[in-house]
Design a protein around this ligand. Sequence first.
Ligand code: ADP
Ligand code: MG
Length: 243
Amino acid sequence: MEMNFEKDGSAASPLIQIRDVGKMYMMGETEVNALRGVTLAVPRGGIVALMGPSGSGKSTLLNLIGALDVPSTGSVVVNGTDIAKLSRDEQSRFRNVTTGFIFQNFNLVPVLTTLENVMLPAQLGSNDLGEPLAVRGTKLLEAVGLGKQINQSVNRLSGGQMQRVAIARALMNKPPIILADEPTANLDHDTADTVLTVLRELCEREGATVVVATHDGHVLEYCHRIVRLKDGRLLSDELKEGA
Ligand code: ADP
Ligand code: MG
C-alpha cells in the first residue's frame, strides 16, 4: 500500500489508529471480552468492511471509533484525537463533527420530514458547512435520489428510501468518517445494491472514509478492504484487488 509522507518525512498518521484494544463488559459477575487485542490502522478514503459472525465484536469496535464508548485497554486515536482522553462534552462534540452513524434500523425520527431528519445533526453543532443547512440538506437528498421527497414525512418511505435518508443525514455535518452497522440487514438484495451504490458514490464525493460492520457477504463487493473478526480478535486483513 502507498504511504503518505508529511513534509518532515514522517509517515502521516492514519485517520483511525486502533492499538492493542481490549474491551471488557461485565454481565453480572461474568466478564465478557468483546475485543481482545485488536490493532488496526485505517488511512483516509475508501470503504473498510468489518466482517465476522454475530458476537465477534464488530459493533463494539465501531462504537469505540465513534466515541460511543472507551476501550478497557489499548488506545483508539481518531482524526488525531485519543477518544479515551475526551471529557463528556468533548466526546459528544467529537461524535457530532467527526462521525456520521448509519444503523440497521435507520433510526429516523418518524414525525419529521426527510429534510428535517437530514438537518438534525447540524442543529447540534457542526463543521463549517459553507451554505445554509436547508440548502446542503436538499442537495444531499437529491444526491441520494430523494429530491422529490424532501417535505414528506419519513414514515411513509420504504426501507431502502429510509436508509438513503440515513446516509444523507450521516453526511450532513461533513464528517471525515461514516460508521455503518449492518446497514443492509433489513433490506432485500436489490434495495441493498441501490443503498450501497449511493453510499459509495456519495462518500467518495464528500471525501468521507467508511467503516461498515456486516455479516452480509454482498456488502464486500462495495469495499476496498476486508477486516475479519472472530471472538474479539482480528483474523485477517486484506485489500481487495484493484482497490
Ligand atoms: P457483533 O456486532 O459482531 O455481533 P458485538 O460487538 O455486539 O458483536 O458483541 C461482542 C460481544 O460483546 C458479544 O458477546 C456481546 O454479547 C458482548 N457485548 C456487547 N455489548 C455489550 C454490553 N453493553 N454489555 C455486555 N456485553 C456486551
Ligand atoms: Mg453488531
